[in-house]
Design a protein around this ligand. Structure first.
Ligand SMILES: [Zn+2]
Length: 277
């Protein structure tokens, strides 16, 4: 057995932030325009899950507007026709996902890898198909009412629907009682709900309360996925003195109380590190 103590390595989010905030909005109705105005005003980052088959219909965002409207945010899949996935054959499942990805990539000019489940329906066959078709994460509608990182990105349970984002809940996120490491607040919903319920002031209030903080990383769903996946891919030598980051994003670490930036694709010797300090 190798002797020596295990070093305490703590992860932080980019720029040494210990909290992350992400939003996810489904269906691409025209009210996404007003929602994006609010998000942009407050510097928020969000993911928009679009049904490529309903774009261009009355009340929905035109496909020709996707690239400009969602610039600065993430465009992700929500299946072509917003189906009940538990009713579909494998062939239909594959078509719903693959054609949606292809269309959204064409409209947005970007690679699309995210999904949210229409009606919150998912099953093992769907998840297997989605992964095989290049989808790396998918959001459910099962609110955790906590700030934990997802254990399985294909069953990514959000913190809460925006209706449940109360001041008390947001205060708990911003000012935890006791120790909490790496917390993620994930809020989801539909922009048409603000129109229907005449409560646009609610999302403005959420943004006002949570924006512009040095301790919060504002990120789209895919950025959270990439960072957390990179964290989980960190390679350590047996004695814990060498760290290798095989991922494509830099990792922000706290080792024995000091900040260590581990660049993408780089190996770092902590022994050499501490000697030069
Ligand atoms: Zn939907």
């Amino acid at each position: 057995m190798t002797e020596g103590k295990t070093r305490q390595i703590k992860f932080l989010f980019p720029e040494w932030r210990d909290k992350a905030l992400t939003f996810s909005y489904d269906d691409a109705q025209i009210y996404d325009r007003r929602l994006i105005d609010i998000f942009n005003q407050y510097g928020m980052k969000a993911t928009f899950h679009l049904n490529s088959g309903t774009l261009d219909q009355e009340g929905f965002i035109p496909s020709g507007e996707v690239q400009d409207l969602y610039a600065g945010h993430e465009v992700a899949c929500h299946a072509v026709t917003h189906p009940y996935f538990n009713q579909l054959s494998m062939a239909q499942t594959v078509a719903e996902l693959y054609e949606d990805r292809a269309a959204l990539e064409q409209y947005s000019g970007r690679i699309v890898r995210g999904l949210s489940y229409p009606f919150g329906e998912y099953n093992d066959r769907l998840i297997a198909a989605a992964k095989n078709l290049g989808i790396v994460y998918s959001r459910t509608v099962e609110d955790t009412m906590n700030f934990a990182l997802p254990s399985d990105f294909m069953r990514w349970h959000p913190s809460c629907h925006h209706d449940k984002a109360t001041d008390a809940f947001m205060d708990d996120f911003l000012h935890p009682q006791g120790f909490r490491n790496l917390s993620l607040l994930y809020i989801w919903g539909h922009s048409f709900e603000f129109e229907r319920n005449r409560n646009w002031d609610h999302i403005a209030h959420i943004c006002d309360k949570l924006h512009g903080r040095q301790d919060v990383w504002y990120a789209a769903n895919i950025e959270i996925y990439e960072y957390v996946t990179a964290m989980r891919s960190l390679v350590l030598s047996v004695d814990g003195t060498m760290l290798y980051n095989p991922a494509a994003v830099p990792l922000y670490l706290c080792v024995e109380g000091g900040h260590v930036l581990l660049e993408a694709g780089k190996t770092l010797s902590l022994r050499a590190c501490s000697e030069t300090r």
